[in-house]
Design a protein around this ligand. Structure first.
Ligand code: 4AD
Ligand code: MG
Length: 484
């Protein structure tokens, strides 16, 4: 049988028979005859207080173990669950025995054998900087903050699946290794079994590598998005969604970019841009409500220690009307704001420019005072697959922007007209042969269809208020960072 989790022990009422808890020591305090040990197993925020009354028949072995007990050690503690006289906890354990499972020394342990030297346990009871914790990403889940992030990620994933499953969307597993560049941004990691630096003579082959000899017989990459494959299944079973890792070799060293992140991508047949916008709004509100209802103690912690006001902010968003702007109107707002106020933006906005983070912040925080959906962007700054508007200049794109963070969702109605799609691909020098299967969707039973992608880490960042995206994924991959 699995050991009982501390969250369940804490919910029990006092009992006459003995119970055991397992976990890691957070603190040990001594007061007269009493030794208080707080044990945490990450199943919830609170640890359980285990009180040893040294005057009451504590065996020698336990007394000795208590003497050496340090923060971080793993333990099993047995005793009776009793009502706690201390404030902030209903129950505690009147402990009678302690078994130390694994030590965590408070001071470095030296040995003649270098492999057996152990440094001091780095997570001593004090505040640590996020930068420091990133260096010990394998131990940081033992802190309150990272335990909370891990539980939030897990529950939000479940809520995302629930949202789509309850609405007849099918979970689609799209390939991680692909031959095409969905977003056309050229920010792909190559996958190869060829050794780039060598031919048989040890020199770089003159004509470059021969990819017909590579594992897949062609050049391949890690996917930047499952969208194109999702479109094929939406064009058959109507509603699908993907939820998987995606990879971008962008050289953006920012607090909102990762090289490896998880994306949720619904794709719906017979849906236009307006339906897509309504789906995105409903989805994101559902997820915010799920966070409020299902992660209440985590949000209280983030509210108190990470970003003040986050709960109120999420409540507002969960009920807000999303403001709609066309890109053209959004740029007019930005131009109006920067006219005669040249220093307002680092990048001066103009029609045709990609919206910068500062522009997105301005639109959500100053103009709309809430979430914004920007639609109909210039075709030049969006991917090839987006449906062309009749003006021939803009496409049926939509970005959902939220205060504090900016873009959280990017999506569009897809070009379902074969000729227009080929024309656009030719303009962008994309080889139509490479996309023969994608074009077939427009050759056989084409339908209007739409979808979007939500960056899962951006969502977690938003909900938790964590400042840096590298702190909402267990092992961040970013430029120059692939530790662990
Ligand atoms: O706007 P993007 O690039 O859109 C797509 O990939 C489409 N294929 C989606 C679709 O229509 N099915 O990315 C979608 C979202 C962004 O809004 C952002 O939240 C997140 O993915 N994202 C990133 N998150 C973390 N690090 C990065 N480098 C990201 N790039 C995009
Ligand atoms: Mg985007």
């Amino acid at each position: 049988m699995l050991p009982k989790l501390i969250k369940h022990v804490l919910a029990d009422s006092p009992q006459s028979q003995e119970t055991s808890v397992c976990g890691w020591v957070r603190t040990k305090r001594e007061m007269k005859n009493l030794v208080f040990v707080e044990v945490n197993d990450g199943s919830c925020f609170a640890g359980i207080q285990c009180t040893f009354d040294m005057g009451k028949g504590i065996c020698e072995k336990t007394a000795e173990a208590l003497g050496f007990l340090t923060t971080g050690a793993s333990v099993e503690i047995t005793g009776k669950l009793t009502a706690s006289p201390a404030s902030g906890q209903a129950v505690e354990i009147a402990a009678c025995s302690l078994r130390v499972i694994g030590q965590a020394p408070a001071e470095a342990v030296n040995s003649d054998n270098p492999a057996l030297c152990i440094p001091a346990y780095p997570l001593q009871k004090k505040r640590h900087s996020m930068e420091f914790l990133r260096e010990i990403a394998h131990l940081r889940p033992r802190t309150n903050t990272f335990g909370a992030v891990a539980r939030l990620r897990s529950r939000m994933s479940f809520a995302i699946h629930r949202y789509f499953q309850e609405r007849d969307f099918h979970y689609l597993h799209t390939p991680v290794i692909t031959a095409g560049d969905c977003e056309g941004a050229g920010a792909m990691f190559q996958v190869t079994t060829l050794e780039p630096a060598k031919d048989t003579a040890g020199a770089q082959p003159a004509g470059g590598l021969d990819y017909s000899k590579d594992f897949f017989g062609k050049k391949t990459f890690l996917t930047v998005s499952g969208q194109l494959e999702a479109e094929t299944y939406a064009s058959a079973i109507s509603r699908v969604y993907t939820f998987g890792p995606t990879f971008r070799a962008e050289n953006s060293n920012t607090v909102r970019h990762l090289a490896e992140f998880w994306m949720v991508e619904p794709e719906v047949a017979f849906a236009q841009l307006e339906d897509n916008m309504a789906l995105a709004e409903d989805f994101i509100k559902y997820i915010f409500n799920a966070a409020l209802n299902e992660c209440a103690s985590e949000l209280e912690f983030f509210n108190a220690h990470v970003e003040k006001g986050i709960i109120e902010n999420l409540q507002q968003l969960a009920n807000a009307e999303f403001t709609h702007f066309t890109y053209t109107d959004a740029v007019k707002e930005l131009e109006k704001a920067s006219a005669g106020n040249g220093g307002l933006f680092e990048f001066k906005p103009h029609w045709g420019c990609d919206l910068q983070s500062e522009h997105e912040k301005f639109l959500t925080e100053k103009v709309a005072c809430g979430p914004v959906i920007v639609t109909d962007y210039p075709k030049e700054i969006k991917a090839f697959y987006m449906k062309m508007n009749d003006d021939g200049k803009t496409v049926r794109a939509m970005d959902v922007l939220v205060p504090r963070l900016g873009e959280i969702i990017g999506g569009s109605q897809r070009e379902d007209n074969l000729e227009r799609l080929i024309l656009r691909m030719n303009e962008l020098n994309l080889k139509t042969e490479d996309y023969h299967w994608y074009l077939d969707l427009r050759r056989f039973g084409t339908v209007p269809h739409s979808g979007f992608g939500l960056g899962f880490e951006r969502l977690i960042q938003y909900v938790s208020g964590m400042a840096n995206i590298r702190d909402v994924i267990p092992y961040p991959r970013a430029v120059g960072q692939a530790e662990f």
